[in-house]
Design a protein around this ligand. Structure first.
Ligand SMILES: [Zn+2]
Length: 276
């Protein structure tokens, strides 16, 4: 095995062909949706969440902030707004069938992809052990809210490699939480979508969940649905889909070696081969 192959074998994204099967084709899975603000997830992936819940999946939501800056009403305090938006999010999760909704309580608009935020995410992943994570694409180049970018980067860095390797955030182990591997990430709000979930049967549920965010959404249910359906149809030739960038992570297959062989396993730099 050459040095390059050896290095590739240590990475979760090697040169395997991208999987083509639908996520969950072998049966219901556990998924965690990790976003910045109440209402992010309903717009990004509410139909996918509704579909998976209907298929027997277990869904968890994590909200990094409680959206406590999102109002023009000067009579509302940040605490009152946060409480209102948390309740709206819980209502939306009830509509979709989400099992549990977790608020991290960071201040809206000030989120950073910090070591601490990554650690909070790692701990939740080790606790709830999802197969699939949905989060913001933290690297999209167009306009994006700084909190979306921050949570996307923190989650991505939590999924690889921190959650998998027990020496990251070792207090988790002391608290009885083992390392964990997430097998799939779906990055939402991406400019580089390569995975689409048909939500044709779940549009009404998605709209109902969006409408739970009463302090954010203007218009009647009919108007909201019409607006959203027109946008969805325009983008996908009549199919109603939610789009993601899929990042599949293959199972760690590092051989467990006896100590005396470990030294020989050091990656050697081999002479560059002649390009053909
Ligand atoms: Zn947002």
């Amino acid at each position: 095995m050459g040095a390059l192959d050896r290095i590739k074998n240590l990475l979760p994204w090697g040169n395997d062909p991208a999987p083509t099967e639908e996520i969950g084709s072998d049966g219901p899975l556990t998924a965690m949706v990790i976003v910045a603000h109440p209402d992010d997830a309903e717009f990004l992936c509410g139909g996918t969440v509704a579909k998976w819940c209907a298929q027997g999946w277990t869904l968890y939501y994590v909200l990094a902030t409680s959206g406590d800056k999102g109002t023009h009403d000067e009579a509302l305090s940040q605490q009152e707004l946060a409480a209102l938006r948390e309740q709206e999010q819980r209502d939306a999760c009830d509509v979709l069938g989400v099992k549990e909704t977790i608020f991290l309580g960071h201040p809206d608009g000030y989120l950073q992809p910090s070591i601490e935020l990554r650690g909070e995410v790692v701990r939740l992943l080790r606790q709830y052990r999802p197969d699939v994570v949905i989060t913001w694409d933290g690297f999209r180049t167009g306009f994006n809210h700084a909190d979306h970018r921050a949570v996307g980067i923190a989650v991505r860095d939590a999924v690889y490699p921190a959650v998998r390797d027990h020496l990251y955030y070792p207090n988790d182990k002391a608290d009885g939480l083992d390392a964990h591997q997430v097998n799939e990430m779906l990055l939402a709000g991406t400019e580089d979508a390569d995975y689409r979930v048909d939500i044709g049967d779940y549009v009404d549920t998605k709209i109902d969940a969006i409408l739970c965010h009463r302090s954010q959404i203007g218009g009647t249910p009919e108007e909201v649905k019409k607006r959203w359906m027109e946008r969805a149809r325009a983008s996908q030739q009549g199919r109603i889909v939610e789009s993601f960038k899929r990042v599949s992570i293959r199972r760690s297959n590092r051989p467990v070696q006896p100590p005396d062989e470990k030294a020989a396993e050091t990656v050697k730099i081999e002479p560059a081969h002649t390009p053909s």
